[in-house]
Every structure is written in structure tokens, then in C-alpha cells.
Design a protein around this ligand. Structure first.
Ligand code: ADP
Ligand code: ZN
Length: 614
């Protein structure tokens, strides 16, 4: 290798990368974390980059691929993901292609031709295909510069997306040989997974970059379930015409909510593993391509979604753990514009999730980790202060001051000395022999003579009616909070009976005082609070003009059979409607307008702006 010219070469490639950021992608600056990774790659290092969803991981291999000689291989677990990226790159004028089983022959021929002529910059392949001997042979004769492994956590058996084919990628890299570098990318933060990625994809320790997991544009909110379908409908209604996802814990609920949302006039579609595959694919395509579809789904709707302009995610049921929660809400707001999230939860959800862990076939060590992850989510739901601080603390990050963009920061949290309440609740548990579930306990504390209360003579207990000054919903919240802070615990196998922990006994005996948070039940949430919405950031943008620009975008997207955001992102249109460029030159200053798109679409959008001027 000609080492003497290397420094000069990398220096020019650094500035070429910065120039291409503007001329190819139309972006003015790197997002936090991107530049360091791009530089390390251009400097020839092997890199593992841990960056949250929406931070722009793709750019970290796309830019080097564009500015340096040699082919970049991109491994991705899903055909849908590859297809979307190839489309977006092609629209930006970059020679990219994928080889996979669902391509039609003409596409394969196009890609093979580009490959032979050495014109292809990025080749997307599934791991199975990449490890085929004929593929390796072909590649080892070519100048392959970079192997970028997207969703690299798929190599780990610790994650929920384990893909055995990923295990061969380290070998594949060695066999292709030459100057091949490896770049592994993931949004999964936890330690065991990271360790697996390093150990299985790299032969020597890579340079590691870990980006903050904070996603300040996502509004975080949790609310106890009240009438949950009503709550979901209200939330969706606060986001008219926007794309969103509603996650449910069961297929039945998916169907019910999709129907309810449709009846309420939303453009809602169902998605779960029990639906016919064709229908599932159609629904997913419509979600990707149309504006304003609300996907009502189980978590089967997941990894393949690469849509930048999802404006809200609602969990109609509690997610399975804190990592799943973060990944699922992370599908909103990838474009960096404000996005809204809401998670509904209740004691039944918590019990269901605990039960799922206990009844799984996982080894004890795994179950222990799963319990911790669920515990962290429950604690987040009952958090006494800023949710973002609580969440980031879980990921090992200390964050700055309160975020101002979560329900607790916005609505405020009132706290009170809850020692007496805790004692009342726990004494109901103890005096009934630690044998009952929460509804029965709430009835006792509130002094309700239900059938069961009478049957067991529990209306004769001294605890009966001691909490009549509070509503049953408040007592449910108190029980949840006591559970979240570990004063009481639930036996899962046996009718969900509750018992008092050692810690709980200390409070019961008056040795320790505790604070509780006044419940922010649905009814108490402040009225009139504007939802986090991209529309609010439009600000100076003329909404009529924006609507007209969106209409043109839809038309172009339809004729070219690509998703609307492949033509231009929401942010680009908002920018156009705000600045109203009057020339192609000025149009080039707009966010997301690179040279190729300027040439292809500039005049048409300019036409719309001019037609509305003056
Ligand atoms: P990730 O894979 O990390 O979830 P993506 O690579 O899909 O994120 O990028 C998310 C969105 O951010 C895409 O729409 C992409 O075009 C946009 N994006 C990436 N980098 C930048 C940047 N430097 N400036 C503006 N937008 C960016
Ligand atoms: Zn906050």
C-alpha cells in the first residue's frame, strides 16, 4: 500500500465528505456523532458505532462510500430496509443497488452491470447471500473498501432480534480480505449485546463510539389506563393527518382499535403476525408510502420501518421492557422534528408482562435481566420526576436539567407524604393473609361491600373503609407506586396475590417514611396543552403553501412509485414554505435539497411557490 500518499488522501476525503453532505444529501451539518464516525472510517479504522435510532447511522457509511474509491457492502437483516435505502440513494443520484431474492431479473442485471463496471458505490446484501461461496469469490476479486453491518445487535443472542446468519459475518470479512474495513452499527445500548458485537464481528478491538441516547425531539408521556380506547382515540385525534403507530399487546386489541380508529375517521390499518402475509405487506407499504396512516400493530411491526416522518407512537398497553419501549417510541421523529409519544399502563399489564417472563423458556440468568428491564419500565411509568432523566439514567447517562418535554416536566408533579396511605394499603394486604389481588384490596380500603368482601368477612377488618377519602383509581395508583418502589410484590403464579416486602415492613412499622406522587390520572392532565406536533414548528410557514407542496410531492411520489419522503422530507417542505425560494439557486439552500433533487424537482416546486406569491 502506498502509505506516503495516505495522509493527503484522507484529508481530501474528509473535505469531500463535508461537501457531499450538502451536494448529495442537502444537509448543512452533521448530526451529533456522525462526523466522528465518518472520520474514523475515512482514516481506515474498524469501528463500532452505538447510536440511537434516528441519529442518522446510515450516513456514516454512505458518505465514505460516496467519496472514496472501492465498493461498500451494506448488510441489513431485512429486504424492506435495503429497498428503502436503495430508493433514497438513487433519488439522491448515488449508484446503489441490492441483490436479493425479491428483485426482478432486470434489477439484478442492472446491479450486476454496475458492479462489473466498478460503478456501484453501495451494494446491499442480506447476510445469507453474502456468506455464499460464489458471492465471496466474486467479492474477493473486487476492490471492496468497507463492510457496513447495520442492526449489528442481530449478532447477539441477548437481543430480541437474534439472526444466526450474522454470526458468519466476521469470517466473511476475513475471506474477502484485501483492505476491507468493518463498521458495525446498532441502536442497542446494553452491555452484553455490545460485548457480543465486538467479539463476534471483529478480530481485534474496534474503535468504539457511543452516542447519547437522548432524543430530545420525542415528547415522553405515561398515563394510567382509564378507558384505554378512548385515551388512544383522543391521542390520535390530537394528531390529525399525521403518520403514527399504535402498539397493542394482543392481536385482538389490534383489530378492535383499528376498527375504532377507522370509525372515528382516522386512516387506520391493522398489522399483526396473524394476518395474511399479503395484507400485512400491503398495509406496511401503505404506511410507508402514504401520508397520515395510523398503523395499529403488535410488536411484529418493527424493524422494517424506516419512515422518517412518523409523528406519534402510542402504546395502548405497557411494552415488554424499557429497551423495547425505547426502541418502539424511537420509531417516531427520526427526521428530528417534534414527535409525540404516550404509553398507557395498568396493574394488569404489569402482571401480564411479569408472567410472560416467568413462563418463558429462558435460563434463570436471562430471566433475571428481563425482570430488571421490566422493573425499570415500571419505575419509569411511576417516575416521580422528569421521565427523560429517569430513562437516561437507566442507560447509564447522567443528563442535564429537567427536559421540559415530558408530561412530568410540563404538567408538574405534586408529591405528598404517603406514609399513612402506604400503611393502610399494606395493612390490608397483611390482614387478609397476603392472599388477594389488588381489586379486592382496593375494595376493602375504600369500604366497598363487594360479594367477595362479604364472603370473606373482610368488612369486619379494622382496615375496612380506612381509605374512603380517596377514589379507587387513586388507590390503584398507590398500589402501583408501592410496587414500583419495592414495598410490595406480587406472586404471579397464584392469582396475583400481593405481599409486603422487608422494605415494606419498615414503612409499615413506622421506621421509615415515604413520598408518593399524586396521580396524574387522565382526568387530571392539564387541559389545552398543545400536542407535540411538527405542525407547531411550521411557524412562519404558510399552511396553504405547505398543503400545495405536499400535494405536488404526493403526485410525484405516485408517478415514480416511491414513498413521499423519498421525494422530499416534511422538513424540506416546511423549510420551503418558510423561506419561499424564488430561484433554483435559493432552492439549493433548502434543507434536504441536493444537486440531483434540485435538478429533478427544483423547477416543479419553484412553480408551486411562485404560483402562490403575491
Ligand atoms: P438511523 O439509522 O440512525 O435510525 P437514519 O440513517 O435512518 O437513522 O436517518 C434518519 C433520518 O435522518 C433520515 O431521514 C436521514 O435522511 C436524516 N439525516 C441523517 N443525517 C442527517 C443530517 N446530518 N442532517 C439532517 N438530516 C439527517
Ligand atoms: Zn422531563
Amino acid at each position: 500500500m502506498k502509505t506516503s500518499i495516505l495522509p493527503a488522501l484522507t484529508e481530501t476525503s474528509h473535505s469531500a465528505a463535508r461537501a457531499s453532505l450538502r451536494s448529495v444529501f442537502g444537509f448543512d451539518s452533521f448530526r451529533p456523532g456522525q462526523e466522528e464516525v465518518v472520520q474514523a472510517v475515512l482514516d481506515g479504522e474498524n469501528v463500532m458505532a452505538v447510536m440511537p435510532t434516528g441519529s442518522g447511522k446510515s450516513l456514516c457509511y454512505q458518505l465514505p462510500a460516496i467519496v472514496r474509491p472501492g465498493l461498500t457492502l451494506v448488510v441489513s437483516p431485512l429486504i424492506a430496509l435495503m429497498r428503502d435505502q436503495v430508493r433514497a440513494l438513487t433519488a439522491a443520484g448515488v449508484e446503489a443497488g441490492s441483490l436479493n431474492s425479491s428483485n426482478d431479473p432486470s434489477e439484478n442485471a442492472r446491479v450486476q452491470g454496475l458492479l462489473r463496471r466498478g460503478e456501484l458505490r453501495l451494494l446491499y446484501v442480506a447476510p445469507e447471500r453474502l456468506s455464499r461461496p460464489d458471492m465471496i469469490e466474486m467479492l474477493s476479486e473486487m476492490d471492496v473498501a468497507l463492510l457496513a453491518i447495520d442492526e449489528a445487535h442481530c449478532v447477539s443472542q441477548w437481543g430480541h432480534d437474534f439472526r444466526p446468519e450474522y454470526l458468519s459475518l466476521g469470517d466473511v470479512a476475513r475471506q474477502i480480505g484485501g483492505r476491507l474495513q468493518t463498521l458495525a452499527l446498532t441502536a442497542t445500548a446494553d452491555g452484553p449485546t455490545r460485548g457480543d458485537i465486538e467479539g463476534k464481528l471483529f478480530s481485534a478491538p474496534p474503535r468504539v463510539f457511543v452516542r447519547s441516547f437522548d432524543r430530545p425531539n420525542l415528547r415522553l408521556a405515561f398515563r394510567p389506563k382509564d378507558r384505554s380506547s378512548r385515551q388512544v382515540l383522543d391521542f390520535a385525534r390530537a394528531h390529525p393527518g399525521e403518520s403514527g403507530i399504535v402498539y397493542c399487546a394482543s392481536r385482538r386489541k389490534v383489530e378492535e382499535l383499528a376498527a375504532a380508529l377507522t370509525a372515528a375517521g382516522q386512516n387506520a390499518l391493522p398489522y399483526h403476525a396473524g394476518l395474511d402475509k399479503r395484507l400485512r405487506d400491503t398495509n406496511q407499504d401503505r404506511f410507508q408510502q402514504e401520508d397520515g396512516v395510523v398503523m395499529t400493530a403488535t410488536v411484529a411491526f418493527g424493524m422494517g420501518i424506516d419512515k422518517p416522518d412518523v409523528r406519534f407512537v402510542c402504546h395502548a398497553d405497557l411494552p415488554s421492557n424499557v429497551e423495547a419501549y425505547y426502541q418502539e417510541i424511537g420509531r417516531a421523529g427520526r427526521d428530528g422534528l417534534p414527535a409525540d409519544t404516550l404509553t398507557l399502563y395498568g396493574l394488569d399489564d404489569m402482571r401480564l408482562r411479569r408472567l410472560q417472563i416467568e413462563q418463558s423458556d429462558s435460563p434463570p440468568e436471562r430471566k433475571r435481566i428481563e425482570r430488571q428491564r421490566l422493573g425499570a419500565l415500571v419505575a419509569l411509568a411511576e417516575a416521580p420526576r422528569c421521565r427523560r432523566q429517569t430513562l437516561l439514567a437507566y442507560f447509564g447517562e447522567t443528563s442535564g436539567p429537567s427536559c421540559g418535554n415530558c408530561d412530568l416536566c410540563i404538567d408538574g408533579v405534586e408529591r405528598f407524604d404517603g406514609t399513612v396511605e402506604a400503611q393502610k394499603a399494606m395493612s390490608a394486604i397483611v390482614r387478609t393473609g397476603e392472599r388477594f389481588g389488588v381489586e379486592h384490596l382496593v375494595a376493602i380500603v375504600c369500604g366497598e361491600r363487594t360479594e367477595n368482601v362479604q364472603k370473606f368477612n373482610h368488612d369486619k377488618l379494622p382496615t375496612f373503609g380506612v381509605g374512603g377519602d380517596r377514589k379507587p383509581t387513586e388507590w390503584r395508583s398507590i398500589f402501583r407506586q408501592l410496587s414500583a418502589i419495592g414495598l410490595i410484590s406480587q406472586d404471579l403464579m397464584d392469582y396475583g396475590r400481593w405481599s409486603v416486602t422487608d422494605e415494606g415492613w419498615r414503612v409499615l412499622k413506622g421506621e421509615q417514611r415515604i413520598e408518593l406522587r399524586k396521580d396524574l390520572g387522565a382526568a387530571k392532565a392539564k387541559k389545552g396543552r398543545a400536542p407535540a406536533s411538527a405542525a407547531t414548528t411550521v411557524g412562519a410557514a404558510d399552511t396553504d403553501l405547505l398543503t400545495a407542496l405536499k400535494a405536488l410531492r404526493s403526485k410525484l411520489a405516485q408517478t415514480q412509485r416511491v414513498p413521499a419522503y423519498v421525494v422530499f422530507s416534511d422538513r424540506t417542505l416546511v423549510d420551503m414554505a418558510t423561506h419561499r425560494p424564488t430561484s433554483l439557486q435559493a432552492m439549493r439552500e433548502v434543507h434536504g435539497v441536493g444537486d440531483t433533487k434540485l435538478e429533478r424537482y427544483g423547477a416543479a416546486f419553484l412553480g408551486v411557490i411562485q404560483a402562490r406569491a403575491g
